[in-house]
Each structure stands twice: as structure tokens, then as C-alpha cells.
Ligand binder design. Structure first.
Ligand code: HEC
Length: 108
């Protein structure tokens, strides 16, 4: 019986990680769409993974980013960079998704 329990636990772990992989993939796709279309980040920023070549703001492939730092920047803006959160241009969820995409694709 012990081995059955063990196998069941393994199956659970496997499905859970598979589901989160699929979710991550969907987030990357959605993030790309927000970056290039919904929010127009690409108009100002270069980011190889998005095929973006904007040069108003910093090249995002060359700066050190975390999801949290991108969320902060996109929410509150700075100088020419719009405050997408404060001005309600993007929802909290969209900001989270686009930041996930940027932080995970910068420099790749
Ligand atoms: C109108 C042009 C413009 C748009 C659109 C824009 N940005 Fe920016 N962004 C800037 C500028 C300019 C800065 C530099 C701000 C400063 O340091 O004064 C910046 C800074 C940043 C930084 C910080 C980079 C660093 O040096 O650490 C991140 C991250 C960022 N932008 C992400 C985004 C994302 C994601 C979007 C889309 C949701 C976006 N930006 C849309 C102009 C823009």
C-alpha cells in the first residue's frame, strides 16, 4: 500500500507542475500581446523577445529587472514613462502579466 500512496503523490506533483507550465506559457503569450499591442511598450522600448526596437526608454534587454521592479515601474511610471496603474490604462492583472513577460524575457 505504501508504494501506491507514493505513486499517487508523484502523479499529483507531476500534474501540478505540468499545469503551472501551461499557465506560464499562456502568461508569456498574453504578456507579449500586452507589450506590443495593448500597452504599446514596444513604441518606447527595445526588447528582443518581443521584436521591439523603440528607443525612447531604456533597452530592456540591458537592464537588471525583477517582476516586482517592472510592476512598480509600470504601475507608477517615471518621467515620460506612463503610469499604467495609476491612470488605469492597464488592470492590475495585465500589469502583473506584462511584468512577468518582461522580467522573464529580458536579455534573451
Ligand atoms: C512613452 C514611452 C514609454 C512607454 C510607452 C513605456 N515606457 Fe517604460 N520607460 C520609458 C522611459 C523614458 C523610461 C526611463 C524613465 C527614467 O528613468 O526617467 C522607462 C523605464 C522603464 C523601465 C525601467 C528600466 C530600468 O532602467 O530599470 C521598465 C522596466 C519599463 N520602462 C517597462 C515598460 C513597460 C513594460 C511598458 C509597457 C507597459 C513601458 N515601459 C512603456 C518610456 C516608456
Amino acid at each position: 500500500m505504501k508504494i501506491v500512496k507514493f505513486l499517487l503523490i508523484l502523479v499529483c506533483i507531476y500534474t501540478a507542475s505540468l499545469q503551472s507550465l501551461i499557465a506560464d506559457d499562456a502568461k508569456m503569450k498574453k504578456g507579449l500581446e500586452i507589450f506590443n499591442e495593448t500597452a504599446g511598450c514596444a513604441g518606447c522600448h527595445a526588447l528582443k523577445a518581443a521584436g521591439a526596437e523603440g528607443n525612447v526608454g531604456p533597452n530592456l534587454d540591458t537592464v537588471d529587472l525583477t517582476i516586482e521592479s517592472v510592476v512598480e515601474m509600470v504601475t507608477y511610471g517615471l518621467g515620460v514613462m506612463p503610469a499604467y496603474g495609476e491612470e488605469e490604462i492597464l488592470t492590475k492583472e495585465e500589469i502583473e502579466i506584462v511584468s512577468y513577460f518582461v522580467a522573464n524575457s529580458a536579455g534573451k
